[in-house]
Design a protein around this ligand. Structure first.
Ligand code: CP
Length: 307
């Protein structure tokens, strides 16, 4: 039995296989409509979510399975003090696989040690968000035709943004990836990412504050929201929340084949006027998230690809 706790739990080859399966699902959805008949996914969300929880649920329903779960800690027995370890032992009696989001870093990993069903990390605190990363990789591969040899700009809250940490971890395994890390000094990527991931893998990167200057170099721009829920001090959040706003004027500085991704939800960091630009890929990205999660559920449940 396998879990997905970190994007590095799958090798590059396994990710390629998973993305190939997700692409086949995109092209032939009817073929997969009953491959998980009788299977159940539990979505255990101790933190708010729209995309991740509902795309896991849509994914299992698209495969013919069923869903159960809770959407907040307050509506579960966590509110009475039940531990994650006990909860997962209980959920293992009800479901075949589970997706867990938790504000504490490492909570899904703790759950996996007590679980008799595959556990998927659907986001743990400011740490990792591996299924968002699989979604991001599928989006990049589908739009650019490759994941190698790209200059990727990551912009906004690089300190608390778990999607950024997971994506950097995953992309450093591909050839010719260069990063431009665009953030205010207070929201730089954590030191462990710079030292243990970027520098130890000899990855070319630069840290800048100015988005305009970076725009012409980028093949992918990955915008992120300033993560209000991870700030200790509201004044700091208010000071930094609008530090980057991508608008038409900035888009005019970019290559014609540059694409804008965003894990969403967006607040102010991408002006609505950018949505009309054919390079705005963040809503396509949401759709890819369903195919990727369908492929992931099949992979972890060891469901055969239909002929
Ligand atoms: N991208 C993402 O994790 O969105 P949700 O918080 O809505 O799940």
């Amino acid at each position: 039995m396998r879990h997905l706790l970190n994007p590095l739990d799958f090798s590059v080859g396994e990710i390629e296989q998973l993305l190939d399966l997700a692409s086949d699902i995109e092209k032939n959805p009817d073929r997969y409509a009953h491959v998980c008949d009788g299977k159940k996914i539990a979505t255990l969300f101790y933190e708010p979510s729209t995309r991740t929880r509902l795309s896991f649920e849509a994914a299992m329903l698209n495969l013919g399975g069923s869903v159960l779960g809770f959407a907040s800690a307050d509506s579960s027995s966590a509110a009475k003090g039940e531990s994650v370890s006990d909860t997962i032992r209980v959920i293992s009696c009800f479901a075949d696989i589970c997706a867990m989001r938790h504000p504490k870093e490492g909570a899904p990993m703790v759950a996996s040690t007590k679980s008799s069903i595959p556990v998927i990390n659907a986001g743990d605190g400011g740490h990792q968000h591996p299924t968002q990363t699989l979604t991001d990789l599928m989006t990049i591969r589908s739009l650019k035709g490759r994941i190698d040899n790209l200059t990727v700009g990551l912009c906004g809250d690089l300190k608390f943004g778990r999607t950024v940490h997971s994506l950097i971890n995953a992309l450093v395994r591909y050839t010719g990836i260069r990063f431009v890390l665009i953030s205010p000094p207070e929201l730089r990527v954590p030191e462990y990412i710079r030292e243990d991931v970027l520098e130890s893998n000899h990855i070319e990167y630069r840290e800048v504050e100015n988005l305009d200057d970076a725009m012409p170099d980028l093949d992918i721009l990955y915008m992120t929201r300033v993560q209000k829920e991870r700030f200790f001090n509201e004044e700091d959040y208010i000071r930094m929340k609008d530090c980057y706003i991508l608008d038409k004027k900035k888009m005019a500085l970019a290559k014609e084949d540059m694409f804008v991704l965003h894990p969403l939800p967006r607040v102010n960091e991408i002006a609505v006027e950018v949505d009309e630009d054919p390079r705005a890929a963040y809503f396509k990205q949401v759709q890819y998230g369903v195919y990727v999660r369908m492929a992931l559920i099949m992979t972890l449940l060891e469901v055969e690809k239909p002929c």
